[in-house]
Design a binder for this molecule. Structure first.
Ligand code: AMP
Length: 464
């Protein structure tokens, strides 16, 4: 087995690795570090969780340890699809370069231009950026990319999903032709293949086993469930989720719940909090300081459950997540692999449970097709309530009351959404249904409410 000491890394980098507690290089590190140190281009096909960040940061630090940065001309550039991933790469640099004198700047949205400008003006060795923000700086004339000797593109497949490929091509064209390129992607879509053929020259190609097949330490399960009524789907799904969390008990030290939509991320986190769970949301619409605060709390262990969207969770490195829950089956089968890869990292055990409603059966089949295995089915922990005669109102627990309230609210929302405008107006003007009726019984004439004078005979009426 390859050892870190066999890799020709700078002794100061080796010292930092030892302090980080790593014993041996992971396969992507053993494969990518030697050609990177030789100055060759590298094409790494690997996912988060394989140790790919260190596979480019370690050789970069070793190569950059010689030489000095010049004003406004960074010597190396790392492009990441999201702010979180960029921040994480920056942290990796801090860890591994702690005994080497290197300067770095982080160009991501939500962080002030001014501070970053000042750093860049002085000159940085490593510039870590999201593509949009980097081009903003470039267009403001604050930055020259002609000094870039090493350029890294991390998670290129996600860049493709997020529509960043034109930006990436532009950035490539702004850097010198002689640069060294280290390019990482979890998959090789045709568009990615095209980019690598255009911008990499004779790269060393290192492919590590797909995580879904490699991570045998992740126990996977699917709960298939059908809501009792379509308009109760959301609340019943959340009930299933709570039951799944409860069933894991103390085994669940910390977990990430993935939702496909940002609105569901919010609703789920809010609902869990209401039920007394230690949960918080993270998604792209939250402001950066909020996202950072939540992530830090989760990393430190002071927050137990993180409810996340795919993009926000991308690259999120929390080494010891015990559980992943998929509130929805992801629309892209590959996202399933990314999501469950948050647990069972670096050989640890983990559990990934997915909730699947009938509408998501197709997506589930796609996931199983991709990972080439059937995910074991788990019985729905929420038993359907037996239909009973309506008894005198039983004393309900607070939790059950909250359940009912939540489901009623949901129903109300759904119903209002389905109403025709005329019905809406009628409801808001306080009238009943189409003819002002409040129930289905036809009312003839004045119904039961006969004015008493009508009941009198004609003679009686005249007399009165
Ligand atoms: P990455 O794929 O870069 O997101 O890394 C996944 C996790 O593996 C991170 O928590 C790293 O700190 C950790 N890691 C990276 N390299 C090693 C190694 N050689 N041995 C053990 N853990 C590592």
């Amino acid at each position: 087995m390859t050892k870190f000491t066999d890799l020709n890394l700078n002794p100061k980098v080796l010292k930092a690795i030892e302090e980080a507690g790593y014993e041996n290089p992971t396969p992507i590190q053993a494969g990518a570090i030697p050609p990177a140190l030789e100055g060759r281009d590298v094409l790494g096909i690997a996912q988060t969780g394989t140790g790919k960040t260190a596979s480019f940061t370690l050789p970069m630090i070793t190569l950059l340890a010689r030489g000095r940065a010049r004003a406004r001309m960074p010597r190396s550039l790392v492009l990441c699809p999201t702010r979180e991933l960029a921040a994480q790469v920056a942290e990796n640099f801090d860890t591994y370069a702690k005994h080497v004198k290197l300067t770095k700047a982080l160009l991501i949205g939500g962080v002030s231009f001014k501070e970053q400008d000042a750093l860049i003006d002085k000159g940085v060795d490593v510039l870590i950026a999201t593509p949009g923000r980097l081009l903003d700086h470039f267009e403001r004339g604050k930055l020259l990319l002609t000094g870039v000797q090493i350029m890294v593109v991390d998670e290129a497949d996600r860049m493709l999903d997020m529509g960043f490929i034109p930006d990436i091509e532009r950035i490539f064209s702004l850097t010198p032709f002689t640069r060294q390129t280290l390019f990482f992607s979890a998959t090789m879509a045709p568009e990615i293949e095209r980019i690598t053929n255009t911008f990499l020259s004779g790269p060393a190609r290192i492919e590590v086993a797909r995580q879904a097949t490699a991570s045998e330490t992740i126990e996977q399960a699917v709960v298939q469930f059908k809501a009792s009524r379509r308009d109760r789907e959301g609340s019943e799904k959340r009930k299933v989720l709570r039951a799944l969390i409860d069933a894991e008990g103390d085994k669940l030290t910390n977990g990430i719940i993935f939702c496909n939509r940002k609105t569901d991320v919010d609703i789920c986190a809010k609902s869990l909090k209401k039920y007394g769970y230690d949960a918080a949301a993270i998604h792209g619409d939250l402001d950066q300081s909020q996202r950072t605060k939540t992530l830090d709390a989760f990393r430190e262990g002071s927050l137990r459950i993180l409810v996340a969207s795919d993009v926000a969770a991308r690259g999120l490195d929390v080494p010891s997540v015990s559980h992943v829950f998929n509130f929805d089956v992801p629309g892209h089968a590959e996202d399933y692999v990314h999501r469950i890869g948050r647990t069972g990292r670096a050989g640890r055990e983990g559990k990934a449970i997915t909730i699947c409603i009938p509408r998501d059966d197709k997506a589930l089949a796609a996931v199983e097709g991709l990972i080439q295995k059937e995910i074991p089915r788990l019985e729905n922990p929420v038993k359907p309530e037996p239909k009973k005669e309506k008894p005198a109102r039983p004393a309900k627990s607070e939790k059950a009351d909250a359940d009912t309230r939540e489901s009623r609210k949901d129903e109300g929302r759904e119903r209002r959404r389905d109403e025709k405008p005329a019905q809406k107006q009628e409801r808001s003007s306080g009238r009943g249904g189409k003819h002002g009726k409040r129930d289905d019984k036809a009312v003839v004439g004045m119904g039961d409410h006969l004015p008493s004078f009508i009941a009198l005979s004609f003679a009686e009426r005249r007399a009165s």
